[in-house]
Design a protein around this ligand. Structure first.
Ligand code: AMP
Length: 225
């Protein structure tokens, strides 16, 4: 059987949100993006949103307790019982440890940890043009993948704008944080035998096909182990 419980890894801007959304639609499993959840909380002016806004605007991490609470809540929704795609979580070694506990409590485990990789220059170019729908979170690129009507989401007609934390001066810092704090946790999933890597330098369709192949690969590997 193909994997159902996924974590997607990749530098900011590598396209993991886009690919997670595509897989979510195809497999009918929820796409759980901590970044999107936090942006919704900020937009709604909730207590959580007010607590994390300053850190997020600076490109820094929100605190673990808040993130873990949001993750547990998302996994408790009935639609997550058939699988999920984590996007943007876990991001640190302490989050990996706590995540394993949250999964074990439910008798679950990660079946596919997918790293989408691309050279830093490619990622920076994508980040510079990234625009997102403030209503449904769909991502676009101002040059390579713009909405059909300028400033309006193709899916929900919501306003498509630059994210508040997508300032050029924050890009290098977010890439550095990914390299220093998130990349090291891949070892955990490599040792568990569930890590698969995909080249993210290509069109959305090409990368989507590579991901489908990688998921099949991860299945055949767990079948022999
Ligand atoms: P993203 O949309 O994944 O790029 O996330 C946007 C921002 O939300 C990040 O720069 C962090 O400030 C915050 N964030 C998202 N996920 C996490 C996480 N797992 N831990 C801490 N902060 C997070």
């Amino acid at each position: 059987m193909l994997p159902r419980n996924h974590v997607f890894f990749g530098a900011p801007g590598v396209g993991k949100g886009v690919q997670a959304a595509l897989l979510s639609r195809r497999e009918k499993i929820p796409h759980i993006s901590t970044g999107a959840i936090l942006r919704d909380e900020i937009a709604a002016g909730t207590a959580v949103g007010r607590r994390v806004k300053v850190a997020i605007d600076r490109g820094e991490f929100a605190d673990d307790e808040t993130i873990l609470e949001l993750i547990a809540r998302a996994l408790d929704r009935p639609d997550a019982a058939g699988g999920f795609i984590m996007d943007g979580f876990p991001r640190t070694t302490s989050q990996v440890r706590r995540f394993d506990e949250i999964l074990a409590d439910r008798g679950w485990r990660i079946e596919c940890a997918l790293l989408i990789d691309a050279p830093e220059a490619v990622v920076i170019r994508r980040l510079r043009g990234r625009i997102v729908c403030a209503s449904c979170g769909r991502s676009y690129h101002s040059e390579f993948d713009p909405p059909r009507v300028r400033g309006r989401c193709d899916d929900c007609r919501g306003p498509v704008t630059r994210r508040d934390d997508d300032r050029p001066e924050a890009h290098r810092e977010r890439l550095r944080i990914f390299r220093d704090r998130t990349r090291p946790i891949l070892t955990h999933y490599r040792e568990a035998g569930v890590l698969v890597e995909v080249d993210g330098d290509g069109s959305i369709e090409v990368v989507e096909k590579r991901i489908a192949a990688a998921r099949r690969r991860s299945t055949s590997r767990s079948a022999v182990s």
